[in-house]
Ligand binder design. Structure first.
Ligand SMILES: [Zn+2]
Length: 449
């Protein structure tokens, strides 16, 4: 068994005219960036980048001048979805010379601008420069339909399918022609795969068969509780926390988690005011609301019956800074959803300064809290807090181990080779062992590194 064949040139199935390098997110969960070179070292080389994301914490970021090809030689940039760890470096890539086409789904195209605008507003760029780069991204990017096959240069084709991770997320099937052997090589990049039964979104599509599968493994070593018990838990905790008329603070990421929470709070039928104190969260909720073609059956059914799944009596959007200031003095009972999800900045920080010294109040953590972040410190009781602290660990935008295995198994024929990326060591290794047992024994499998 080959445990370390990150470079497919050494494998049996891979012809020498396709090279794939993992430039970011190979063995960690941020900074996704992968380069495919078709016919390298010829004048017909086509260079395709899949994602170009920011890194967080200690995850490594490869400078553009160390890329195997310079940004101005990249023909296409595919974006699997609009999370910053998949798109965050796009502005810098353009400044470094990239002028190819940016290809994504229509929903990702709609989310690109608000997500990057927010990220750029925290950079050193001037407003004029931000406008320039946003216009450039808008000019270069194109939204594509799911399930249709499109042709790129040199006979390469691609097809996007729903990945069920956040609105617009997709996985990509590339087909590279091989005229010599008269067979095509099919490669799938999974992007981030969502949990089954995620609110609003359909489950990830079944992947087509392929020769090489490049697959995420974020939760390759973990199982999530089901959605029913998660909603029950949220209901139970809210009843308890709000019984004394306190405020429940929920730090949440603007894209994905905020909309999931609104959906669940609507289903639970909360009777207290709910405030979304996040201009970005509100912008994105509006996009989620408008793009109902991307919803699952349950959400569409609710809307058809006159119950908009992301809107309910008692839900308030807080846009302006002045209104945010006023909200700081509000009396409970109330629920306040604000960013950032790990309390590293944003409006949630102001709320916590005001509210965490009151024993009536509670804070619900619904997302991963990285080491060293204020959220993690509160959970670890490293900062004195009088309010109640609760962890709702079941929330995840990523498929768990069983879902990843099931997705792999749903492929009509197992891939000839697979590589696991986008996961910590332990997650990749555990998942690798499980997937290996499902694959043809003659194959040369790759765990990613
Ligand atoms: Zn993601």
């Amino acid at each position: 068994m080959a445990m370390n064949t990150n470079n497919p040139q050494g494998s049996n199935i891979f012809p020498h005219h396709i090279k794939i390098d993992h430039l970011g997110g190979a063995d960690c969960v941020t900074g996704s960036c992968h380069l495919v070179r078709f016919c390298p070292e010829t004048d017909k080389t086509v260079n395709i980048l899949v994602d170009c994301g920011s890194t967080y914490g200690d995850d490594p970021e490869l400078p553009f001048d160390q890329f195997p090809v310079s940004p101005d030689q990249i023909d296409y940039l595919f974006l699997t979805h609009a999370h910053i760890d998949h798109i965050g470096r796009v502005p810098d890539l353009i400044d470094a010379g990239f002028s190819g086409e940016i290809i994504c789904t229509h929903a990702t195209k709609a989310l690109l601008s608000p997500m990057l605008h927010d990220a750029l507003s925290f950079s050193n760029r001037t407003d004029k420069d931000i406008n320039r780069i946003e216009k450039r991204i808008d000019d270069l990017s194109w939204g594509f339909e799911l399930y249709e096959t499109f042709t790129l240069k040199n006979g390469i084709t691609f097809k996007l399918k729903n990945a069920g991770h956040i609105l617009g997320s997709c996985f990509i099937l590339f087909t590279f022609p091989d005229t010599e052997a008269n067979v095509s090589i099919r490669v799938i990049f999974s992007g981030d795969l969502g949990s089954t039964d995620t609110p609003i979104l359909p489950d990830p599509d079944i992947p087509d068969s392929c020769d090489l599968l490049i697959m995420e493994s974020t939760y390759g070593d973990r199982l999530h509780p089901d959605r029913k018990s998660r909603v029950e838990n949220l209901r139970r905790l809210l009843d308890k926390a709000l019984a004394d008329n306190g405020i429940v603070y929920i730090p949440a990421f603007a894209l994905g988690r905020t909309q999931e929470l609104l959906y669940e709070l609507d289903r639970i039928g909360v009777k207290v005011p709910v405030f979304v104190d996040s201009p970005l969260g509100l912008k994105i909720t509006k996009i989620y609301s408008e793009l109902d073609a991307f919803w699952d059956k349950e959400a569409k059914g609710l809307k058809d019956r006159g119950d908009h799944p992301l809107d309910f009596r008692g839900l308030y959007g807080v846009n302006s800074y002045r209104d945010h200031k006023q909200l700081l003095d509000i009396k409970g009972p109330a629920i306040i959803i604000a960013g950032s999800g790990m309390c590293t900045g944003g409006r949630i920080v102001d709320h916590l300064k005001h509210g965490l010294e009151a024993p009536l109040n509670d804070i619900f953590f619904v997302g991963y809290q990285a080491k060293g972040t204020p959220g993690r410190k509160m959970i670890e009781k490293k900062v004195p807090v009088k309010a109640g602290i609760h962890m709702l660990t079941a929330y995840s935008a990523h498929a768990d181990q069983q879902m990843l295995v099931d997705w792999f198994k749903s492929m009509p024929v197992p891939p000839k080779e697979f590589r696991l990326i986008h996961g910590e060591d332990k997650a990749r290794k555990e998942l690798y062992m499980l997937l290996e047992s499902l694959s043809p024994k003659s194959c040369n499998l790759s765990p990613g590194s």
